[in-house]
Design a protein around this ligand. Structure first.
Ligand code: IMP
Ligand code: MG
Length: 423
């Protein structure tokens, strides 16, 4: 069985929590795009881990893989492994595989990301992790792959080839080009290459073999649908394709192999960074969602913008991903808000639309049209099954299910594993 999970909104829908819950059933859990711009929080007992690269299935028996369509900051991964080791969780090459072709994020990518962002008059609000610049190099065929990093001579030769180009790009943006050939960071990268050499694998081959043997594979997306580099709200997007089809393309698995596509959707909407968010709440309700939902970025600590559930955006996500089922997260955060609003369409230039306009500039001009639903005042965090939800909460879920046309299979009412249940 091959399942793909993606976020249906702007990321931070709680994918990690759902993957963690269902990865029990999977032999392989695989990341297919993005890098350490992603972030999720995993609670193991009393210890809270903030993770960026390791696929969420690492806690269970599954083997976890990082696919060749990702961009990998090896220092960030090493720090993550170290942090987990301190908590007694050791992740060796039998547990984690990284594709030989994975593009490496170099210090100059991070430098360029920061410089470029500060030079933009209209900001994107990137995570400044060098994601976009690493992908530029991949497409330009100027990338350093994991297979280059693990071979010291090849790595040094490759940096030598690329150095003057990178130095002049940094200089052009007013930065300090010495970061490119900084001997300390080059030595560090060489040692990281040695560290990760045993982890190198052919991800496409591993997955296809596993599927042939009847095993279960879960592809875990990062970020969210509307941050997709092609179909998202350009230019306020990330630099990879975040939608379900991207899993096939980036992992080298044929689309005929896909069995399920699970969309993760928050009971409201959040966005971190710039770009349109038609239902954004700049009032006390928005603050309440932010505080109660702890809507602060795992990677950058930035406050996430919050708004009402935006049905047109989710409808578009259903089209782009072909969801077969949905998981609805953070339902508990909506307690004590009455009435609740759901955006069912927009008004644009005097016309009603129940689907987002294609262009970002038009989306930014859309005025949301709401329907109201009764709220509830009960605390939901101790609810363990659907039938124990208050009537109004069940009605809210049923309403979303009907409007999206996709069955909601999971509901979560808090960060703990026991707080997610099947509908
Ligand atoms: P980048 O991916 O760092 O280039 O950032 C591009 C845009 O995507 C910015 O608006 C970021 O805030 C957003 N972004 C990147 N990664 C995530 C994520 O994991 N969750 C939510 N937003 C993200
Ligand atoms: Mg996140």
């Amino acid at each position: 069985m091959f399942t793909i999970i993606t976020g249906a909104q702007f990321g931070d829908e709680g994918k990690g929590k759902i993957v963690d819950l269902i990865s029990d059933n999977y032999d392989l859990v695989v990341r297919f795009q993005g890098g350490d711009n992603a972030g999720h929080t995993v609670k193991v007992g009393d210890i809270v881990y903030k993770l960026h690269l390791i696929p969420s299935g690492f806690l269970l028996d599954s083997r976890v893989l990082i696919g060749p369509g990702t961009v990998l900051n090896p220092l960030s991964l090493a720090q993550e492994l170290e942090m987990l080791a301190k908590g007694g969780i050791h992740i060796g090459p039998e547990k984690l595989g990284i594709d030989a072709k994975t593009s490496i994020i170099m210090p100059y990518h991070i430098e360029l990301d920061g410089l470029k962002e500060s030079s933009r008059s209209e900001k994107i609000g990137t995570t400044k992790k060098g994601i976009g610049f690493a992908y530029i190099d991949k497409v330009a065929r100027d990338e350093i792959r994991l297979a280059d990093l693990t071979d010291k001579a090849k790595f040094l030769a490759r940096i030598g080839e690329l150095a003057s180009q990178k130095e002049s790009s940094i200089r052009e943006l007013g930065g300090d080009p010495s970061v490119v050939m900084d001997s300390k960071s080059i030595d560090l990268y060489v040692s990281l290459g040695q560290k990760f050499a045993p982890y190198v694998t052919d991800v496409s081959l591993e997955i296809n073999k596993a599927l042939e043997e009847g095993k279960n594979v879960l592809a875990e997306g990062a970020q969210g649908t509307h941050l997709d580099v092609t179909h998202g709200t350009q230019k306020f997007v990330t630099s990879s394709s975040t939608i379900a089809g991207s899993a096939c393309a980036n992992l080298g698995v044929g689309p005929t192999k896909v069995d399920n596509v699970l969309g993760i959707v928050k009971a409201y909407i959040t966005r971190v960074g710039e770009g349109p968010l038609p239902t954004e709440l700049k009032d006390d309700v928005g603050k309440q969602l932010q505080q109660v939902g702890r809507e602060f970025g795992t990677t950058t600590g930035r406050a996430r913008r919050c708004g009402w559930f935006d049905m047109p955006l989710v409808k578009k996500a259903v089209f782009l991903n072909g969801y077969t089922e949905l998981a609805l997260t953070k339902l508990d955060v909506l307690s004590d808000i009455d009435p609740l609003k759901v955006c069912v369409g927009y008004e644009l230039d005097g016309k009603f639309m129940d689907y987002p306009p294609e262009l970002t500039g038009d989306l930014a001009r859309c005025v949301p049209i709401f329907e109201e639903l009764p709220g509830w005042s009960n605390d939901l965090t101790n609810v363990r099954q659907f039938s124990d939800l208050p009537d109004a909460a069940r009605r809210y879920v049923a309403y979303l299910e009907e409007k999206t046309g996709i069955p909601i299979e999971y509901i979560s009412v808090g960060p703990g594993r026991e707080q997610t249940f099947r509908k």
